[in-house]
Design a protein around this ligand. Sequence first.
Ligand code: PGA
Length: 250
Amino acid sequence: MRKKVIAGNWKMNKTASEAKVFVENLIPLINKDDREVILIPPFTSLMIVSEKIRGTNIKLGAQNMHWEKEGAFTGEISPLMLLDLGIQYVIIGHSERRQHFYESDEIVNKKVKSALSFGIKPIICVGEDLKIREEGRAEEFVEEQVKGALEGLTSENVREIIIAYEPIWAIGTGKNATGSDANRIIVKIREVVTRLYGKEISETVRILYGGSVNSKNIKEFMSFEDIDGALVGGASLKADEFSKIVNYEV
Ligand code: PGA
């Protein structure tokens, strides 16, 4: 049985003081412990969120990292620095990083390998844009991204990863994919992992949907067996709304 995951990606939102208030408000609102809740604030709020969630079931993630442990990389954050703050997860290859910061499949792969070598679980994002979808190439495009991200990983590595299918046209647009559409691609992704690593491994990999998830549509996504959870952006910024997503019931 794969444990369900609800992850909140705050992107470039909230100051550290706002983050503190958010977590204080969120904790008493969560009433489910059969699922994994991951908060993914900007770097500047990791420390305060880490302190505030201590003793709860909430886990901490970062939105990005450099692949090197340390060195002359002005403006970058290393896996070692993240580990020291108590993070267990890191988003790698979010479409906003691929689009605005030119992260290629090769860079994504480098970061994934680095995260795993430090014992940090990567949440690898994949997803097509509208043009690719309209050309009917979504599945092959996502397959290439998955293969690129997993290049050279061992079976043991793959057990540790989470994949998030996030179609770009659904991110921050309010136009979510339908549950069956998201499920169709997620089943495909699992098939790719099966082809590469076998069924036993692919059955352990959690694959999430992301893109305009909110407290109204979460139930639809979670009613599909292959969708193991959600990566939530905009709707993760308000404690009340995010807690309703976390507390979903199917
Ligand atoms: P959204 O973002 O929920 O605001 O669409 C999702 C994401 O980018 O992870």
